[in-house]
Design a protein around this ligand. Structure first.
Ligand code: 2HA
Ligand code: ZN
Length: 279
């Protein structure tokens, strides 16, 4: 069934719809996105949207309680509020949508999907504010991804929430971690989700990090492509999983600071300062 796509292209044949459907289904399969847990937003080029959707035809306008002038005129594909990741693949029109931020930055215009009056993710404030900050430091930035990755969430119950200590432990869990996220992870205090306040706190961290952990809730990851954003979260989650497996056991050997420094040199990355003890 095709609704509102140009030339009757099936929704699942639209590349950015397909990407959203594939990744949400995969994340649900990993057990990270129970019920309506998780949300994704993805910046699209106008030229790409124009190939498949009528950008002159605004289906609905939805006001924002947090104006985002910086994003005026930009296009996004987003998951819908209350929608289940599991269901995107079988019914993309109902569960995700293509939106454009209005010229005033005070509303979003629905161009495709979000059928039956659905609205964008409840975490849109965190997504939009994070996009603004990441674009300032990386012009190729495109994706904000939030998920309830199981072990990362579990780790926030038993590990110190100081982000330097948290980063250090993750780096120590798998050899590839320091190479994948030399910038470390950041952590905000527990806050009520869905609010502009948590959006602002998350975005503040996004000035210097691509990963923000929400204690007892989940993780935000960003990137230039779906693979990059997902790969980043996947690597943090793998390290958290190893931590949860070894935390209650006697540790007989570990990756040393010296080895982490050697790794960073070998792979040409600069670990964020203040975590490793240089000899
Ligand atoms: O979309 O994950 O944080 C539901 C959530 C809220
Ligand atoms: Zn959540």
């Amino acid at each position: 069934m095709t609704i509102n796509t140009k030339n009757n292209v099936a929704a699942m044949d639209v590349p950015f719809v397909r990407e959203m459907a594939d990744i949400t289904y995969h994340m649900w399969n990993l057990g990270w996105d129970e019920r309506n847990g998780g949300n994704i937003s993805y910046i699209l080029d106008e030229s790409e949207v124009c190939k498949y959707m009528d950008t002159q035809n605004v289906i609905r306008t939805i006001p924002l309680s947090f104006p985002v002038n910086e994003l005026a005129g930009m296009y996004f594909i987003v998951t819908g509020s209350g929608k289940y990741f599991k269901n995107v693949i079988s019914d993309p029109e109902s569960n995700i949508g293509v939106i454009r931020v209005s010229t005033s930055g005070e509303s979003v215009e629905v161009l495709w999907g979000l059928s039956n009056n659905a609205v964008p993710t409840s975490e849109l404030a965190s997504h939009f504010m994070s996009h603004i900050e990441r674009l300032k430091v990386d012009k190729d930035h495109r994706i904000v991804m939030h998920t309830h990755s199981t072990n990362t969430l579990a780790m926030t119950f038993i590990h110190d929430l100081d982000e330097r200590l948290f980063t250090r432990t993750l780096w120590e869990m798998c050899t590839e971690c320091i190479v994948v996220f030399p910038d470390g992870v950041s952590v905000i205090p527990w806050m009520v989700p869905g609010s502009s306040e948590i959006g602002r706190e998350t975005a503040k961290k996004m000035k210097s990090h691509r990963v923000v952990i929400w204690p007892q809730h989940g993780i935000f990851g960003t990137g230039t492509t779906m693979d990059e954003a997902f790969g980043l979260i996947e690597t943090v989650e793998k390290a958290a999983q190893i931590y949860m497996l070894v935390a209650h056991h006697e540790i007989k050997q570990r990756i040393t600071d010296q080895q982490l420094i050697e790794l960073a040199k070998a792979f040409g990355v600069t670990p964020v300062a203040g975590i490793l003890r240089e000899k």
